[in-house]
Design a protein around this ligand. Structure first.
Ligand SMILES: *Cc1c(COP(=O)(O)O)cnc(C)c1O
Length: 427
């Protein structure tokens, strides 16, 4: 089985795969392998699909805050910033990246269950838009840090709406029993506590129910539960200015059928208006749906190893480059960059060189390849490079952005000396 999603920015013609106007095999030769390749057009089009719904009758009714943990290369952040995006960050490191990418901190929201005092202080000093607070201890800490800096922290509470996003358990975040957000029944009392905090200012409410969600109903259920809270808060004298509905929209890796981005965003925004909340400022926090299908990982076949029960296609990319198969048993389509009619047709497990049986990139794939051929692992733009590691002392891959006939190196391949440059012998 090897089902290929329909892609924008990457295409196949007469057995040759292209990133926009450039052959993938030319990119592999020029930049080496493994290398991540992103299409500027695919990134831009995905963003525009959200923006189309965010504007109606000459009015901005929502703004995209890109969840940058999906792919935080500063060239990609800079592109989205130029297109008008804000950012959803989950660490002080990500805030520093936004600033390095010339993003505007005033359009940054800060999510995450474990914000440190340092991270809070940096974000307050940078003047971010909002802290998405996930617990009372966090609220207390934030209030103290803001007081010390003589600032007011704009806050939103992350509601755990207890809805089933029907996705992989590791990426489901809106159910009771997840570590995320404030339990639904505790939200009102937590807002009342926040109202008493001298250095916090309530500005919003947020939720995020999971990732790779391919149905719209869990969103509508979560939305209704949050809108009910906004009503209840109003009766307690607490005014909410913005509603952040999180991210999580899925993409097609193989045969999934997620809703179209514009239709999805329109449905949610129209629903909010129909329920009488059209005055609210709305935020989306998409990650995967902006970048996932805008990137591929190029790799080269090292060896073919026939086996008794399995044939292995051993490549130079591995689980340290792309964790998703090992971690979530995720499916990524794998294609030969150039057809090779002289090679034998066979079914392979595509695996890396790492010393772990979990080091596989695809299972039972029909391929017609020889050693030295280049392969592209598709739909690798989200949670690909950002989850990569140096396991087995492997330098992380290079990253390249293609625009038309041009290719730009946006991250150099890591050199081997750099991998242990911070280490010291004990004298
Ligand atoms: C990860 C995350 C997102 C983005 O999720 P995607 O599935 O990549 O769209 C948005 N908001 C929060 C709080 C997140 O943790």
């Amino acid at each position: 089985m090897n089902i290929t999603p329909s892609l924008n920015g990457f295409s196949q013609q007469d057995g040759v795969w292209y990133a926009e106007g450039i052959r993938l095999s030319d990119l592999a030769q020029r930049f080496g392998t493994p290398t991540y390749v992103y299409s500027k057009k695919a990134l831009t089009d995905a963003f525009s699909a959200y923006e189309k719904a965010c504007h109606k009758n000459g009015r901005r009714r929502a703004r995209v805050h890109y969840a940058m943990k999906a792919n935080s290369n500063i060239a990609i952040l800079n592109l989205f910033a130029q297109l008008g995006a804000g950012f959803d960050i989950v660490s002080g490191g990500e805030l520093a990246r936004v600033i390095a990418a010339k993003g505007n901190p005033a359009h940054v929201v800060f999510s995450g269950v474990g914000k440190t005092e340092h991270e809070m202080a940096d974000a307050l000093n940078a003047g971010i838009k909002c802290f998405n607070v996930e617990s009372i201890p966090e609220l207390t800490r934030l209030n103290e840090v803001a007081k010390r800096l003589n600032k007011k922290a704009a806050i939103s509470l992350r509601v755990n709406p207890d809805v089933d996003a029907k996705t992989h358990p590791y990426i489901s975040t809106g159910l009771k029993g997840n570590k995320f957000g404030i339990a639904y029944d505790d939200v009102l009392p937590t807002y009342l506590a926040a109202k008493q905090m001298t250095h916090c200012e309530i500005v919003g409410i947020d939720c995020h129910i999971g990732s790779q969600i391919t149905e719209i109903n869990p969103y509508l259920d979560a939305l209704d539960r949050v809108l009910l809270l906004i009503e209840q808060l109003k009766s307690q004298g607490i005014t909410i200015q913005h509603l952040d509905i999180g991210g999580g929209l899925g993409i097609c890796y193989t045969d999934e059928t997620p809703p179209d981005i514009t239709a999805f965003a329109n449905t949610l925004l129209d629903h909010i208006e129909q329920e009488g909340f059209g005055h609210l400022e709305i935020l989306f926090e998409p990650g995967r749906s902006l970048v996932g299908n805008a990137g591929v990982l190029l790799t080269q076949v090292e060896f073919l190893k026939p086996g008794e029960t399995k044939n292995f296609c051993i490549v130079d990319a591995a689980m340290n480059d792309l964790m998703r198969p090992a971690m979530y048993e995720a499916y990524h389509a794998i294609v030969a960059c150039e057809s090779n009619p002289n090679a034998p047709q066979a079914t392979y497990d595509v695996v890396g060189p790492i010393c772990e049986s979990g080091d596989w990139l695809g299972r039972d794939r029909a391929l017609q390849v020889s050693p030295g051929d280049y392969l592209a692992i598709l739909s690798a733009g989200a949670y690909g490079f950002t989850m990569s590691s140096n396991y087995n002392t492997r330098g992380r891959a290079a990253e390249v952005m293609v625009s038309g006939q041009e290719a730009h190196l946006i991250r150099e391949r890591e050199s081997i000396p750099s991998l242990f440059a911070l280490e010291r012998l004990v004298p």
